[in-house]
Design a protein around this ligand. Sequence first.
Ligand SMILES: [Zn+2]
Length: 232
Amino acid sequence: MTQSAWTRDGRPFNAAAIAIRDWEAMKQVAQPGDFVMPCCMAPAIPKTSINGLPFFAHQSGECSTAPETKWHRLGKAAVLSSLRVLGIEGGEEWPGQSPSGDKWQADVLFTSGGRTIVIELQRSYQHLRDFIRRQERYAASGVECYWLLPKENFLTLGKSTSRLLLKREYGNVFPRGGIGTGMLPELPVAMLSVDGEQRVLFGGFKSAMVQTWLAGILTNAYQYRGGSWNLD
Ligand SMILES: [Zn+2]
């Protein structure tokens, strides 16, 4: 199940942003084929969970897409549909290059208030130096980049960044106040959960709706605080 789907005419649709009364009304009138699943483009059916969570399910009950690919596609749909709620149209797999000719392709790219912002959804393992290298390549291109990772991947990255952070900032003495999730100030990273309710998780039991997180990027409320990237 997922909270984001594509409409028949290819627009991202965010069930998380709909009042439950409107959702129930829409379920009554929805026709087969009105929505498709972002994971496999199969017909999607709007449903409500026993906990009152609006979501889309495969009409056939089955998904043909491998789990690894699924997170990436559902994550992109979650970001694009949440941007749409904010009145912003994002581009998918957007190509660009740095002034020195270094090419990149952004998972999601959008512009707002003179800023160009990229959301990278990194499902597979990536070495810390590659995170840094890609972050710097975006910075050289005048682009801000924010990362979303699945939980396992976030924890793996956190081991590397914590080591570096402890050494660089604290002389390898673990500080009394802790180091939060052990992330780096130069690398904004959070977790994304798309299984069931789509949410950005910051660690330390803090989380937000995807649209709230994106709004926080736009208002600069999403900041580095005591070793973690979060909204407050
Ligand atoms: Zn599917």
